[in-house]
Design a protein. Sequence first.
Length: 157
Amino acid sequence: MTMLPLYLLVHLLGYGLLISVLVATPILERYLRRAERYDDALTLANIVSNIGLLSPIAALILLVSGILMMNLFGYTLFSHGWLTGKLLIFLVMVVSGIYSSMTVGRERRQIYHDLIDGKDNPKLPGKLLQVHNRQSQYTRIQTIFMLMILIFTVYKF
Ligand code: HEM
């Protein structure tokens, strides 16, 4: 049990990193939506994407320290309902995170590049709003998943 405080600390650092991403993203999204110039918006979109890149690091930290704690406690995948639930939600979060970064984030940057290049496709502003809304939706869903994991971990049902 001697390593438990260390593993728990690392686990909580991963958790803090994930929360930081999930709080910073909607704040930057608000600035992005209000940006008056497309190149400012693109800069913000790039920052949102780069901050988003911290989440796979957080996921890896959580997974490794979580597995180390499981070993320490002698837990297995199916020994505790809360842990199984937590792992399932974690998996869904990772998959949806990878999916959204490969689709929504990329699409948005492409739209801004097209707008900056002066492509006068009348559909672009509408597409942009749609992409903004999808991005916000993903952030909301990830935040809800994370709170579910937290409730599973704290109340252990
Ligand atoms: C978003 C992902 C995750 C979040 C937010 C999270 C959050 C937390 C928090 C806040 C604790 C401390 C609670 C306590 O000590 O009672 C904890 C403990 C723990 N976590 Fe995680 N965790 C996540 C992912 C994982 C993963 C992927 C694993 C397993 C591979 C894992 C395994 C554990 C274990 C074994 C404990 C110790 C629980 C106990 O006290 O018996 N966690 N987690």
